[in-house]
Design a protein around this ligand. Structure first.
Ligand code: ZN
Length: 654
């Protein structure tokens, strides 16, 4: 018997902290364990880059708060100090002073005066003071940023009525307007028109003496101190790579970090996509652009993982049958792909999360982002099972399922099949859904404009929902029975009409595209199936429940909506797309919203989760690594302090 693994360690504010297991690590070869160790060290070294990208004052604030936590010589039992600790934990969690999801500035629940008292009674030598500064000027410098709700108020502003660059508090631009940024990148040479480089991806744009200048993130450039460390560990990894292509890819990646050349980054991405032999894999670089309102600048991230061979059998079955799924979908044949190209999809076990993937993390990744590389060379799509597993294990205890399910049968089905249903949904969504269908000639990718993301997610979700109740899945060995599909339907409707509303503030509408998509689908099928009572709304003891009465008819409705959404995309029917999104996806039923929030609050659950990483410890014999041990730490704050002391390479202000 193994000891029971503890998934959740603590909860504060709207966050719960979880741990994830790395099953299969012990069975890897020594070379692979060593590779994971080096890549993990590289994944830690970019942490400060992300803090600084998110806001110019982040590093200085974090270091000040850490100095207080380590040395404050006063009452640590009072509420003020407890609130101070929560504030610091939230900053660690969000990699800065803005909420990781809403992007709003986190307001401390203690006063400016108390902050002064904390600094005055802490060790000055630990404070991030620049030459000729004292603690008084430090307080003066940081107070506005921390306590004034108007200053640096939102990390990414998406309101089209405002200047998106001037009003966003991220550190990707300084002293420039949106217009100047747009003009600058419009004019910049992107090279080959069919294979454009991602200009601006790895630099900060600033105005110096009236001239716009890019400060490139590379060795010898901005963030050099951290990038040198990343490269140091990547070079170590070169001696223990898992395949010849991986060796070539990592060599290119080092070259990219050294020169900052974006053509080199594309060359690296192509090698990385082609490398399907390496068991251990890594993503590392300036990758996702969500943190920039204009989607030009990329945040730093890294994920180290290895293939989950058992799990990958599941995605292999799906991709082997990709053509069958395409041929049999309810979509009009004019909008179907005649030949579905090979999809490289696998299930992986995450070994280390870094940068923008930690502590909050995605559960599936599909890279690279450059469209032309995806078209010419394909992409890698991964589902991360050990992370979804941790989410699932931690959710079993919370009471959310019991609160929002109407029947015992629904609860039992979710406990038995919900996890498999959820994973299969992700596989079908990622490896087939997004890749399915085709545009009519002459229809552009951008025809649906601001409704594109929501409708694209809806298409992928509907594809998954349509097939998860198909006998074909039993035939090809993916599910034991259609109960898996029913569990997924229950969960999807419950989430789309009730539980996801816990993330929205009262009075606000739904903005995020995955959330919009879920409500769009759930509301549409609820309404269209009303006459046949496909889904019934039941009120009991003042609580609303949505109960599926006819799973087969529900499946037919998912199919009908898939057909319509695919038509909208294939024809580029902007008006129809707009109507669907505006009518079903955006507005929130106020009465239900309020009720859901109240029911959720009583459970004392957190709306967001993130992870403590494992630790890898090399075992040496006569100077040579003979084994690598894995340790699962329990304390989030300890890990954050350890990262800050071991992997802090950048100046306070960059
Ligand atoms: Zn998607």
């Amino acid at each position: 018997m193994t000891e029971q693994f503890i998934y959740q360690t603590e909860q504060f504010s709207d966050i719960k902290i979880l741990r994830y297991q790395v099953p299969g690590f012990e069975d890897l070869s020594l070379q692979q364990k060593e590779l994971i160790y080096y890549l993990s060290e590289a994944a830690h070294c970019g942490r400060d880059i992300l803090f600084d990208q998110n806001n110019k004052y982040n590093l200085r604030i974090r270091r000040t708060l850490e100095a207080i936590l380590l040395s404050y010589d006063g009452d640590r039992a009072c509420d003020d100090f407890k609130n101070f600790e929560v504030y610091l934990k939230r900053i660690w969690f969000s990699n800065g002073i803005h909420h990781h999801y809403s992007m709003d500035k986190i307001m401390p629940e203690f006063s400016e005066e108390y902050f002064g008292e904390l600094i005055a009674n802490s060790n000055y030598e630990l404070m991030p003071l620049n030459a000729s500064e004292d603690e008084v000027s430090l307080i003066a410098d940081l107070s506005g940023v921390i306590f004034d709700s108007e200053e640096q108020s939102k990390r990414v502003v998406l309101d089209p009525k405002m200047d998106l660059i001037v009003n966003s508090a991220n550190n990707y631009y300084e002293g420039v307007s949106q217009k100047e940024v747009e003009d600058f990148y419009q004019k910049l040479d992107k090279g080959d028109v069919d294979r454009p480089i991602s200009t601006g991806l790895n630099s900060k744009l600033v105005k110096e003496n009236g001239v716009l200048v890019e400060k490139t993130w590379k060795i010898g450039g901005m963030y050099s101190e951290a990038i040198e460390e990343i490269v140091y560990w990547l070079e170590k990894a070169l001696s223990v790579t898992d395949s010849e292509l991986q060796h070539q890819a990592l060599t290119k990646l080092i070259d990219f970090y050294t020169t900052g050349d974006l053509k080199t980054f594309d060359d690296y991405s192509i090698l990385w996509v082609k490398d399907l032999d390496a068991h251990v894999d890594v993503m590392s670089g300036f990758i996702e652009v969500y943190g920039d309102a204009l989607a030009i600048k990329a945040s730093w991230e890294s994920v180290v993982n290895f293939e989950d061979v058992e799990g990958t059998k599941r995605t292999k079955i799906i991709s082997d049958n990709a053509q069958w799924f395409e041929d049999n979908s309810p979509v009009d044949s004019r909008f179907k792909k005649e030949v579905v190209k090979g999809v490289s999809a696998k299930v992986v076990t995450v070994a280390m999360l870094g940068g923008d993937c930690h502590p909050a993390t995605p559960i599936g990744i599909n890279l690279p982002n450059a469209e032309w590389i995806r078209k010419e060379h394909g992409s890698k799509s991964v589902t991360i099972d050990n992370i979804t597993d941790a989410y699932h294990q931690a959710s079993l205890k919370g009471g959310l399922l019991e609160e929002f399910s109407y029947s015992k049968e629904e609860i039992a089905r979710s406990e038995a099949f919900g996890h498999l249903g959820g994973n299969l949904h992700t596989d079908l969504h990622e490896c087939l859904g997004h890749g399915s269908g085709q545009l009519l000639p002459g229809v552009g990718m951008d025809a649906l404009k601001n409704y594109h993301s929501t409708l694209e997610e809806a298409r992928a979700d509907l594809f998954a929902l349509y097939y998860i109740m198909d006998e074909k899945l039993i035939e090809i060995g993916l599910i034991p029975s259609l109960e898996v599909g029913k569990a997924e339907y229950d969960g999807y409707i419950r989430n789309g009409l009730l539980t996801q509303l816990t993330r929205i503030e009262l009075g606000k509408e739904i903005e995020e595209s995955h959330m919009r998509n879920r409500q769009l689908i759930a509301k549409w099928v609820f309404e269209k199936g009303a006459d046949d009572k496909v889904i019934e709304r039941i009120e009991k003891d003042g609580k609303d429940y949505f109960v599926i009465r006819d799973y087969n008819k529900l499946r037919t409705l998912f199919g009908e909506l898939l057909e319509e959404v695919q038509r909208i995309k294939s024809e580029g029917d902007f008006e129809a797309g707009k109507l669907l999104v505006e009518n079903y996806a955006v507005k929130v039923d106020e009465r239900i919203h309020k009720q859901v929030k109240e029911r959720f609050e009583k459970l004392h659950l957190a709306a967001y989760a993130g992870f403590i990483n494992p630790e890898y410890k090399p075992v040496y014999h006569e100077g040579i690594i003979v084994d690598v041990e894995i340790i699962y730490p329990m304390d989030f704050s300890q890990q954050m302090l350890q990262y800050s002391s071991k992997y802090s390479f950048l100046p306070h202000i960059n």
